[in-house]
Design a protein around this ligand. Structure first.
Ligand code: SF4
Ligand code: SF4
Length: 381
């Protein structure tokens, strides 16, 4: 099958983001390290800065992290901290300021251990998003973030620049959702790794550039359709992967699903498709409030109740028509782990779909066990 992307980054998609950030930094743009999906990137981009996400998925820095952090902690937090401890994350090194949010306990306590290193701003995220007052608090937090950026970098972030970034995000999200249609096709025309590659491209592109690049990529996908080339076959079990963010060493789960004959057609997590479901109101005259309203709706499991996650899952199931849902839980992620029980009930009762929960970390030690369980799941489809 012809690869979709033919540039020099085709085999090293992470280098695309790194080269982009280095280029921007060399051209004088500040780089802002960010940890979660709740801080509006539009504010960062509106001041001419470049956001970069610092959540890490490599096992190699975990031993160093465990000299400080408890071993029974989410591997994503340990990996991210380990990169800082060993001074080996180029993205963190390039960042001139750091933004975190009070999502889960592990992350917010980890921020206390690193906040002395670089200017760090923590956003207090309300976790009962439907309560009266939550939006007021969160809007104030978005204003405080704007004030932090302005004070740290000696600039003013103009409303018209924020408005223009809101429109950019909405347009890019529309383009990405059109692109995801190729994964919704039966059989799928697009693999999970190709989706991740294009997410990397989206990150470094404006909407016009992304549209042009996607024209070439979708022409390749239309070519696959014409030639009858698919990811797997019509009989390959279609899997929606939900749960914690998945990247780097955790993508072993996606690989195992493919090895077992399945196809990953949708990825619910914030490392996958979740972020592209945001729609920010345009031309309201108050773009900061519009950002706050949109971002507070992100359905991370740190929220309670988290009905929006169930509603979003319903939409994904309707669109991508999976044969099964596999919920990936990173070790010691209590909020996703506990919510998994209700996700299972919802998936089985409302959608009559098989469900499998996989608790894992970034090692390879459970790979054979995951393979056995995924194989057993597929036998019953
Ligand atoms: S799942 Fe929630 S806490 Fe984890 S990275 Fe995403 S937004 Fe942050
Ligand atoms: S996966 Fe869970 S424990 Fe880990 S950072 Fe995200 S919300 Fe926190």
């Amino acid at each position: 099958m012809e690869p979709l992307i033919h540039d020099r980054y085709a085999n090293n998609p992470n280098d695309r983001v790194l080269d982009f950030i280095v280029g921007k930094r060399n051209a004088g743009a500040p780089v802002i390290g960010m940890y979660c999906g709740y801080a509006p990137v539009e504010l960062v981009r509106a001041m001419g800065a470049v956001p970069v996400f610092l959540c890490a998925f490599s096992r190699k820095t975990i031993p160093a992290a465990e000299t400080v952090l408890p071993s029974n902690l989410c591997p994503l937090i340990k990996s991210s901290f380990g990169f800082i401890k060993t001074d080996s994350c180029p993205f963190y090194a390039l960042s001139e300021a750091i933004i975190g949010e009070t999502t889960c306990d592990g992350k917010k306590k980890m921020f206390e251990l690193i906040r002395h290193i670089k200017p760090t701003h923590i956003m207090d995220l309300p976790q009962l998003p439907d309560e009266t007052g939550a939006l007021v608090t969160w809007t104030a937090m978005v204003h405080k973030l704007k004030a932090f950026l302005e004070a740290t970098f000696g600039t003013k972030i103009a409303d018209d620049r924020i408005e223009s970034e809101i429109k950019e995000t909405n347009e890019k999200n529309r383009l990405m959702n059109d692109f995801f249609a190729y994964a919704a096709h039966i059989p799928p025309l697009l693999s999970w790794s190709e989706i991740y590659d294009v997410i990397g491209i989206e990150f470094v592109s404006g909407s016009d550039e992304l549209r042009r690049l996607l024209e070439g990529i979708t022409a390749g996908l239309d070519g696959r359709l014409g030639k009858g080339e698919f990811i797997g076959s019509a009989r390959s079990p279609r899997v929606l992967v939900s749960g914690c963010p998945v990247g780097g060493d955790a993508t072993k789960v996606f690989r195992v699903i493919e090895e077992a004959g399945g196809a990953v057609v949708a990825m619910e997590a914030c490392s996958g498709m979740k972020g592209y479901s945001i729609e920010i109101e345009e031309d309201t005259g108050d773009p900061v409030s519009a950002l706050a309203r949109a971002y507070l709706k992100i359905p991370c499991s740190c929220m309670t109740p988290n009905q929006r996650r169930f509603d979003a899952l319903d939409k994904m199931i309707k669109r991508f028509r999976p044969d099964a849902v596999i919920d990936v839980i990173l070790q010691a992620c209590h909020s996703y782990n506990i919510e998994s029980y209700r996700i299972e009930q919802h998936v089985r009762d409302k959608h009559n779909l098989p469900f499998l929960k996989i608790e894992t970390d970034f090692t390879d030690s459970d790979r054979a066990m995951i393979r056995t369980r995924v194989g057993a799941l597929f036998e019953n489809i």
